[in-house]
Design a protein around this ligand. Sequence first.
Ligand code: RB5
Length: 154
Amino acid sequence: MNDKNKIKKIAFGTDHAAAEVRWQVKDYLISIGYDVEDFGYDGKGSCDYPDYAKKVAQAILDKKAQKGILICGTGIGMCIAANKVKGIIAATAWNEDTAKLAAQHNKADILCLGSRTATFRDICNMARVFLDTEFEQRHQPRITKIKEIEESQL
Ligand code: RB5
């Protein structure tokens, strides 16, 4: 990615399933140069992942962050919840290739990862690749059709 388009500010959130890796992943993202706004979770018990998906998605809509990283047990719940926020595209990934394609083909705003389905190292690598990959404009017509589906819903 060239410097002009480089992502700098990211919104970050997890649920309790990712409590163990959250600090390490956050520290890693900071160590590779990102300005990370952390929306939790900070608690000890269990929590509800849609609360964090909504906060991270809203930060992107408010332009407080350019991209988001969400982590729950599988990435699936966070992905479902974040995609309910109008204007947001969230994707889950299971390796570096799919993390890259989520940015390159699907124009994802948020990558949703699983603490129970990936190692700490894999989570860091997928997040890095996602944040470092530019959208390819030739895929814009498909994204426009996705937005049209969203707009056509009541
Ligand atoms: C929480 O136990 C778990 O359901 C959640 O982290 C996530 O994996 C949901 O998709």
